[in-house]
Write a protein of this length. Structure first.
Length: 179
């Protein structure tokens, strides 16, 4: 039935309907086939889309000598083989695989974990400070505002900002050393 429809499909509306039916019926099978060639899910999905676009454009060449599924699979296999021979696959994908294989050393991973843990402790301790100290630390170190800008934002004097900043650092130090 579908093969007869494909051989007779001439106008754009019929082609659209036929491609929709083919994608529904054979889409997952083609995706699995493509994945078996490229072994990458994202690339397989992209190539599967390309295959159906190619089929849409080449639908006028289908003569009904084979089943539509066979015709579609032949296009898919050829497209996969072309991709595997392509410059993109040889240069770009291999480079990406090399980057994935260059895993950081255990020391680098350990250092990252320690740093994240320390940052977490700092943030936790900072959040435990009273708001007047928390805000000056945040504005000075994270927003990188000057003492004068902080004074204007918080509507307190510059000397008060300096005192709060000094006191906040002292409290942080005491609490972090206590942990």
């Amino acid at each position: 039935m579908l093969e007869e429809f494909a051989a007779a499909a001439i106008d754009a509306e019929d082609k659209d309907e036929l491609i929709d039916e083919m994608m529904t019926r054979y889409g997952q099978d083609i995706l699995r086939l493509v994945f078996s060639y490229v072994e990458n899910e994202a690339i397989a999905e992209e190539l599967t889309q390309d295959i159906f676009v190619k089929c849409y454009k080449s639908l006028h060449t289908y003569r009904g000598k084979s089943t539509l599924k066979t015709w579609l699979w032949r296009i898919a296999i050829n497209h996969c083989k072309d991709f595997l021979k392509s410059w993109y696959n040889k240069k770009v994908i291999n480079t990406g695989e090399e980057l994935l294989n260059n895993k950081p050393s255990n020391e680098a991973v350990e250092q990252t974990v320690i740093q994240k843990e320390e940052e977490g402790q700092l943030v936790s301790t900072l959040m435990d400070l009273p708001i007047k100290y928390r805000e000056v630390i945040f504005l000075f170190y994270y927003e990188e505002l000057s003492i004068k800008e902080i004074a204007m934002m918080t509507e307190v004097g510059e000397n008060t900002v300096k005192t709060r900043l000094r006191r906040a650092k002292q409290l942080l130090k005491e609490r972090l050393e206590g942990k």
